[in-house]
Design a protein around this ligand. Structure first.
Ligand SMILES: Nc1ncnc2c1ncn2[C@@H]1O[C@H](COP(=O)(O)OP(=O)(O)OP(=O)(O)O)[C@@H](O)[C@H]1O
Ligand SMILES: [Mg+2]
Length: 403
């Protein structure tokens, strides 16, 4: 079991550049390098490439605060930018560069959250103007892209042991390692939490302090508290004594989450049922709520109770229902179809009972998705669904950055 590294290590492990550019021709590369040199930025942050190169690059490293991308020849440009928006971390400002002097395209680009659009050959004064905006040296329009916030996924079980923590932990791991997103996993089960054990790390991150004394919580506190579980997955968890009274400040969770969603593509909350205030808040803050059930009468009863108390019906598009441990009791379990009828909900995912892989992985503290098996496959598909690139839809696509 590995302990959390020292703060210095943590911060070094995840540096965030201030600027990167991806330009497809030598003349543009030279021109931008010259302009940024005058602003004290190194030439190495200007890369030869286009928007696809930028997308590949951003899938592997942390997003810079500001980005310049060449969209010349990218067809369709708006789809490519949507893909770029998916891989960008929250809070990135983007300037596009292209070869079409087209007011319609310019308007579309601003509409989808790009800060500015410059036509090649790039005039130095326009690069300077755009760079000043990107680096916060001048006012820029309020663009949806730079205000993007991470999505909050709250996972809750209808009763003990249905597998909510297994789902939360492995979805978080899948989003981080299969979808290359930066993910914060918060284990709100402060005494009996299982996420750390499943990931093979010590659950000792200062989460209790964050929830009891939110006045002490800021970006630095959170960055120091997070336990790295690989390159893109970070855990906030604690393991308090079972008889220790914990008094959670009612404002703490929303404050913590608002900090996390500025830094992470996804914040996954493993919501324990024991603390009903925390549970209600975790569900209220969620962009997506995943309710986990199993094929038992108790689970059906509690699903009905929770649906009533927390509005967990599928009339709210945020709600998803997952049937876990499917097939565990053979014919003795309530049939999936019958469950759907009784609770009036459809299952968004069915995860088979798979003791061999799931229990082995949990006991060994290794990610389930690294193993083959039907449960791993189903959870991976769910992570794919949650982290995928949404196709261009009828609604304005930048709304994907909203809850
Ligand atoms: N699909 C599955 N197949 C087999 N075992 C599973 C499956 N899902 C979870 N488990 C096992 O069930 C047990 C309970 O899982 P987990 O801790 O995720 O449930 P939980 O709903 O979070 O429970 P709690 O209410 O205690 O927080 C664990 O031992 C886990 O490995
Ligand atoms: Mg749990």
């Amino acid at each position: 079991m590995q302990a959390a590294p020292e703060t210095e290590q943590l911060e070094e492990a995840a540096p965030r550049e201030s600027f990167a550019a991806f330009l497809a021709d030598d003349a543009s590369v030279q021109q931008v390098r010259q302009c940024i040199a005058e602003m004290g930025l190194p030439p190495s942050c200007v890369h030869r490439g286009d928007i696809s190169t930028a997308i590949n690059y951003l899938e592997k490293v942390r997003s810079p605060r500001a980005l310049m991308v060449d969209i010349a020849g990218a067809e369709p440009a708006l789809t490519k930018i949507q893909h770029l928006a998916d891989v960008c971390e929250p809070g990135v400002s983007v300037v596009a560069v292209g070869d079409r002097n087209d007011v319609g395209l310019y308007r579309d680009l601003l509409g989808v959250g790009i800060s500015d659009y410059i036509v090649k050959p790039l005039p130095a004064y326009l690069i300077h103007k755009a760079m000043n905006g990107l680096l916060g040296l001048a006012e820029v329009a309020n663009t949806p892209l730079s205000h993007k916030l991470g999505k909050i996924i709250t996972v809750v079980g209808t009763r003990g042991g249905v597998g909510a923590s297994t789902l939360a932990t492995n979805l978080a791991w899948g989003l981080a390692n299969r979808k290359h997103r930066r993910v914060a996993l918060v284990d709100l089960d402060l005494k009996y939490g299982a996420c750390g054990l499943m990931l093979g790390v010590k659950s000792d991150s200062g989460l209790r302090e964050a929830l009891e004394r939110p006045v002490r919580v800021d970006e630095l506190f959170v960055r120091r508290a997070m336990i790295p579980c690989g390159e893109r997955l970070f855990l906030l968890a604690c393991q308090e004594k079972v008889n220790d009274p914990i008094v959670v400040d009612p404002l703490a969770l929303s404050q913590l989450v608002s900090i996390l969603r500025k830094e992470f593509h996804f914040v996954v909350l493993d919501a324990a049922r024991e603390n009903s205030t925390l549970l209600a808040q975790a569900l209220e803050l969620a962009s997506t709520r995943i309710v986990v059930v199993d094929q038992t009468t108790l689970s059906v009863r509690d699903m009905l109770g929770m649906r009533e108390a927390y509005r967990l019906g599928q009339d709210d598009s945020r709600n998803m229902m997952v049937l876990n441990r499917f097939g565990e009791s053979g014919k003795a379990g309530i049939a999936a179809k019958e469950m759907e009828e009784v609770v009036g909900l459809r299952f968004d995912s069915i995860v088979p009972f798979d003791a061999k892989s799931v229990v082995f992985a949990a006991n060994a503290g290794v990610p389930l998705l690294n193993r083959r098996g039907p449960a791993a496959k189903a959870i991976e598909q769910l992570a794919e669904k949650l982290g995928g690139h949404a196709p261009l839809s009828r609604k304005r696509w930048w709304q994907i950055f909203r809850k």
